[in-house]
Write a protein of this length. Structure first.
Ligand code: PEP
Length: 273
């Protein structure tokens, strides 16, 4: 399948959830659901689907994903090849386990674990250099949005997070716009218009940094309480190239319904292209 993540890229971030048994059952349900015929997925549907289990289950889940069209990703890494870093996981280990991608700069790591822009930038550069593809998460808090600082914040997180990233690795990078106030929030997700506007800000800034051609090739996912009932409205918006899904990715039927919405948005986009 030709790689074009802008044709919709749906990622399940399982965070610190599931037991080993649950992880295997969930992965199996996703693979079976997405398999050709499973839900009407056609060979030429260019929708990319990935799941990111907790570190301890990567190998187990990786076995289940083998031969399927579901990719394996990691939720984090430590930016060193190896060494005395107790409890950490290196890019080499992730590649060894079959991970294709790593999520970096997730708001939970920024806000709950105190990761700085500089540290995230270090991780981004090391991951790309090691051969992993990167999803860099950016997004404002509610206070920042209320104070009209969204654009400045996105500008800062992109400028710092992508500093010194080599141009020839940009093709392996995507961005997830994840407003902090919308993550894991049953009452609030960004409206399709808010998502589209923020994605336009991100693409504009990316173009300033790396040129228009790279910006047009960049996949930008929306993340923040994406559910089956709002996925279609978000995914059909111009510039919303996929979804980073937390809570709903833990329920196979919900995750598959979001993938289905992405497939349908992707087909519509291709027809009108
Ligand atoms: C996330 O984990 O990145 C996320 C967006 O979570 P949720 O879908 O639960 O808001």
């Amino acid at each position: 399948m030709k790689r074009d993540l802008r044709q919709k890229f749906v990622v399940g971030n399982w965070k610190m959830h599931t037991t080993a048994t649950e992880a295997m059952q969930l992965a199996r349900a996703v693979v079976d659901g997405i398999g050709i015929d499973g839900m009407g997925v056609k060979e030429d549907d260019r929708v990319f689907v990935m799941i990111c289990p907790p570190f301890p289950y990567l190998a187990l889940v990786g076995e289940i994903l083998k031969g399927s069209r579901v990719l394996l990703g990691a939720q984090n890494l430590y930016p060193e090849k190896e060494g005395a870093f107790t409890g950490e996981v290196s890019p080499t280990m992730l590649l060894d386990l079959g991970c294709k991608f790593v999520i970096l700069g997730h708001s939970e790591r920024r806000h709950k674990l105190g990761e700085s822009d500089a540290f995230i930038n270090h991780k981004v550069r090391v991951a790309l250099a090691a051969g992993l593809d990167v999803i860099l998460c950016v997004g404002e808090t509610l206070e920042q949005r209320k104070a009209n600082q969204t654009e400045a914040l996105l500008d800062r997180q992109l400028t710092c997070g992508l500093a010194d990233v080599p141009a020839d690795t940009l093709i392996r990078l995507s961005i997830a716009y994840e407003p902090v106030w919308a993550i894991g929030n049953l009452e609030h997700h960004a409206t399709p218009q808010q998502a589209q506007d923020a994605h336009a800000v991100i693409r504009r800034r990316f173009a300033q940094m790396f040129g228009e051609k790279s910006a047009q090739a960049l996949a930008i996912q929306y993340g923040g309480s994406v559910k089956p009932d709002n996925a279609a409205a978000l995914l059909c918006r111009d510039g919303v190239d996929g979804a980073l899904v937390g809570g709903a990715s833990l329920i196979a039927d919900q995750f598959l319904a979001i993938v289905l919405a992405a497939i349908s948005a992707s087909r519509t986009k291709r027809k009108s292209a």
